[in-house]
Design a protein around this ligand. Structure first.
Ligand code: ATP
Length: 859
């Protein structure tokens, strides 16, 4: 099962740089950048903009230069803002993909290096291990039990053995190492690789997120309604004897102002900015839709080791037939001792640790720096065994030299055990085996009496109930090669402590408060899982036994309802998939953590697949929607919070923008009934549109998260964005803004003031009042952009009244102080209405269709 040739030493940095210049980066089918001019063209093709352009022509022809200039300006600004928003969103998304770019381990300059896969060149020497995605086409020169999943290229779902000893063996880019290790020389990169050749078919256009789709639909409906209403304004104006051309331009401007044409761009930008904020909090989103899905997660399926626990193992307990032992001292350095009871058992205990140190791929390096820190490399379980062996006076490196490994059966999470075969000189073959107790304490594996097996199982259960991860260790000496995994002698058990992270309990409690049900899925023993679950508060003492289920129970059909279970033990990756599906069938939005090579399907099935940035395998990272750069579950909770913030701010924007649109239309419809013949000019409407949607609209996206965001249940993903009273809020606020603006104008007309300019200022002030009133906390340093944008808009509104150039184009007149005061009062009314009746509608009440049994979900 092992093939070896002389191991190459790798390229030098200089050679690599030269080859990189020659072959280009190892990247396939990166989407070409959209040139600015196509983006501008796309903006100008928008039907509304086409209508505006027609209006420009119309006004020029009729000699109405003022309106022509304003409308032209609006087209320019609209297009510029639209293109800028698109570019910003694209840049943010591109930055995200570099954050989660695949990495590769290679030999360069004679040493081991990790570098971005894009920097690989032909001739590089790759080091591949379980869970890696082969980053380029390569020829293996050394392989150990190598098994590769090529389904992404060939569709063949059964993994294939690859042996470096077979001269034709090749590894293709994009395939996955599911077991074993290899050293391979890169033969082709980028477009020349197998993946590059089929990449063209693998590049789907980025699709809209569900929210974007829904908003696009909403936008179409609103556009239709608006156009109809604008036609009504147009016809009524004609009926009252207004000039045809003036009415046409006014109606068009009104349509442009009232339709929230910037909606899709605002949403994309909000999602992209949300993703950037998540990245700043160390949660890297790999797909934009995940930003919005995160906020509505209802189920968190978490693994144990390294996620809820420290992931740093310390061997504390040993047990063997007739003896027991304790190992003192910390787990990260070999300072402590082996205390055996009775002392006569010491030789047996040391023999167990010797076998565990041989059957081991980890390594332990003494401190090089003054800080005295030892370096533990490899699987933490195995590293802990090495540390204990040194504490017992053994020298693992010396052992490996004395009894070199001649072959192995690597560990995998299905078999749950690992065996190595060693030979010292011309002596007998020595077989070393370790694994989960059920996988080792088996008459097919061990040559042991039923009594010994029974008492060992009992001891294993006792250790597991105390929260220890338990391994059984066995060995055998053979004169001739034979089956490795039968007829072995049991040496004993080890118990490894892996304490819960200090923050784990608080993180799970935060999930519960936010309406997210946590469940634990682990490959560990049920008793170990239960003990840890209790300690982090995932199970309380009242929880029934059924709350914990082991893999075997489910295979036997003993668990009719997977969603009733809070702790799943001895689970294999396939069963993870079943658990996610069962919850999804009940309407849950699932987030699942995973790091193993077989977790890919479950990560993809989950609504949010979560991989660990440091600990996880490359496959898990590339299958995930979210990568936690710091491996902390609390980071996932932070991402959920950001997701909810994005959604809340989209609702805040909708409430503000749509209420403004409603008010603009109502003012134009009702104004004439109150004797205000043509309430607003085209240019004035467009100016209002620019100042409300443009500056302040974008600033709304940066509003801070609500304190309540993580204290309420998640919204249902099926819920409409305008649900939860939002559309009633739109109509209500729209009505208030209309009423107060018209009232101010009617007063001004009675007082003989320039009422149209008063109406212009009052309508704007009322809308700016609304956007301030919709803030969660009025005075906060969290988003200075909004108050700045409001101040800027107010300044530009005054400029429209007092700057002669703008007076000419917008047909406004300067106002006296009482009139400014009246408009400001309209602003105060808008503000108050938003505070009293609008703000509370932004935070959705939460889903009414809560899923899962109430137990454990409430906290
Ligand atoms: P978790 O959810 O805690 O991360 P897991 O699903 O990763 O756990 P595995 O690593 O698959 O769990 O381990 C399952 C069992 O296999 C362990 O309880 C242990 O008994 C055994 N085991 C783990 N690592 C090794 C190893 N390197 N060699 C032999 N046996 C091991």
């Amino acid at each position: 099962m092992t093939g070896t040739a002389t191991r190459p030493t790798g390229l030098t940095a200089a050679e690599a740089a030269r080859l990189l210049a020659e072959h280009g980066p190892n990247r396939v089918g990166s989407a070409p950048r959209t040139p600015i001019r196509s983006r501008v063209a796309a903006q100008l093709r928008d039907p509304l903009v086409l209508v505006l352009l027609a209006a420009v022509v119309l006004t020029v022809v009729t000699g109405d230069h003022a309106d022509a200039i304003v409308i032209g300006l609006v087209v320019v600004v609209n297009t510029a803002v639209g293109v800028a928003q698109e570019v910003r969103a694209d840049t943010a998304v591109a930055a995200l993909s570099t954050l989660s770019a695949p990495a590769a381990r290679v030999l360069r300059d004679g040493g081991e290096r990790e570098l971005p896969s894009a920097e690989l060149v032909p001739g590089d020497v790759l080091l591949l291990s379980e869970g890696d995605i082969v980053p380029a086409d390569a020829a293996p020169v050394e392989s150990t039990a190598l098994l590769v999943d090529e389904s992404m290229l060939t569709g063949e779902s059964v993994p294939v053995e690859k042996d470096a000893a077979v001269p034709s063996a090749r590894l293709a880019a994009g395939t996955v190492v599911v077991r074993g290790r290899a050293v391979a020389v890169v033969t082709a990169t980028g477009q020349d690789s197998a993946l590059g050749r089929i990449a063209a078919s693998l590049h789907p256009r980025p699709r809209l997120t569900p929210l974007q789709q829904r908003l696009a639909g909403l936008g179409r409906v609103l556009a239709l309604v608006t156009v109809v209403l604008c036609l009504v304004v147009f016809v009524l104006g004609l009926a009252r004897g207004q000039a045809l051309e003036a009415m046409a331009v006014t109606a068009i401007s009104l349509a442009v102002a009232a339709v929230p044409e910037s909606l899709p761009a605002v949403v994309t930008l909000a999602l992209a900015i949300g993703a950037r904020r998540m990245a700043a909090r160390r949660a890297i989103v790999r797909r934009l839709p995940a930003v919005e899905t995160l906020g509505s997660v209802t189920l968190l399926a978490t693994d144990k080791t390294g996620t809820l626990t420290e992931g740093r193992m310390t061997l504390e307990r040993l047990w063997g037939p007739g003896w027991e032992a304790t190992v003192t001292g910390p787990g990260d350095r070999p300072e402590g001792e082996l205390l055996v009871e009775p002392a006569a058992g010491r030789a047996a205990a040391v023999a167990l640790l010797r076998t565990a140190a041989l059957c081991n791929d980890a390594s332990l390096r003494p401190p090089v720096a003054a800080d005295g820190r030892w370096t533990l490399l490899g699987d933490p379980t195995e590293a802990a065994l090495l540390v204990a062996a040194v504490k017992a006076g053994l020298d693992p490196a010396g052992l490996a030299r004395h009894s070199p490994r001649v072959s192995e059966e690597p560990f995998d999470s299905l078999r749950k055990r690992m065996a190595t075969v060693h030979r010292a000189g011309s002596g007998p073959l020595e077989i070393c085996l370790k694994g989960a107790p059920e996988a080792v304490l088996d008459p097919a594996v061990l040559d042991a009496s039923p009594e010994l097996l029974a008492s060992a199982s009992q001891q294993a259960a006792r250790l597991a109930a105390r929260g220890y991860r338990v391994l059984a260790v066995a060995s055998a000496l053979r004169d001739a090669p034979g089956p490795t995994e039968s007829g072995l002698r049991l040496l004993g058990l080890v118990g490894l402590a892996d304490p819960p992270k200090p923050a784990a309990a608080a993180t799970l409690a935060a999930c519960r408060r936010a309406g997210i049900t946590p469940v634990l899925i682990t490959g560990d023993h049920p008793a170990t899982a239960r003990a840890i679950a209790r300690r982090v508060g995932l199970l309380d003492h009242a929880d029934r036994a059924a709350a914990v289920a082991a893999g075997g129970d489910r295979a036997a059909g003993a668990v009719p309802d997977l969603t009733a279970v809070r702790v799943f033990a001895r689970t294999d990756p396939q069963q993870k998939l079943d658990i996610v599906r069962a919850w999804q069938a009940r309407g849950a939005v699932t987030a699942m953590t995973g790091d193993g090579v077989n977790d890919g399907p479950a990560l993809q099935q989950a609504d949010i697949g979560v991989a660990m940035g440091r600990r996880g395998t490359e496959v898990a990272r590339q299958a995930a929607d979210l990568v936690l750069a710091d491996d902390e579950l609390a980071t996932l909770v932070a991402a959920v919070e950001e997701g909810r913030r994005v959604y809340d701010n989209i609702r805040r924007f909708l409430l503000y923008a749509l209420a403004g649109g409603v008010a603009e239309i109502l003012v134009m419809l009702l104004g004439p009934l109150l004797g205000l013949a043509l309430p607003l000019r085209a240019g004035q409407i467009l100016w209002i549109n620019l100042l409300t949607h443009g500056l302040t609209g974008v600033a709304v996206g940066a509003e801070p998260v609500s304190e309540q965001a993580m204290r309420r249940p998640p919204r249902s993903p099926r819920e409409h964005v305008l649900a939860g009273g939002l559309w009633q809020g739109v109509l209500g606020l729209g009505a208030v803004v209309t009423a107060v603006s018209l009232a101010t104008a009617v007063w001004a007309r009675a007082a003989g003031a320039p009422w149209q300019s008063v109406l212009f200022l009052a309508l704007l002030a009322a809308q700016l009042g609304v956007v301030l009133g919709l803030r969660e906390r009025l005075v906060t340093s969290a988003n200075p952009f909004l108050p700045l944008a409001v101040a800027g808009s107010a300044g530009l509104a005054l400029a429209a009244l007092y700057l002669p150039v703008l007076q000419d184009v917008l047909l406004t007149e300067p106002l006296a102080l009482p009139e400014i005061g009246a408009a400001a009062l309209a602003g105060v009314v808008g503000f108050t209405a938003a505070r009293v009746g609008g703000r509370g509608r932004i935070l959705p009440a939460g889903r009414s269709d809560r899923v899962g049994p109430p137990r454990g979900a409430g906290g």
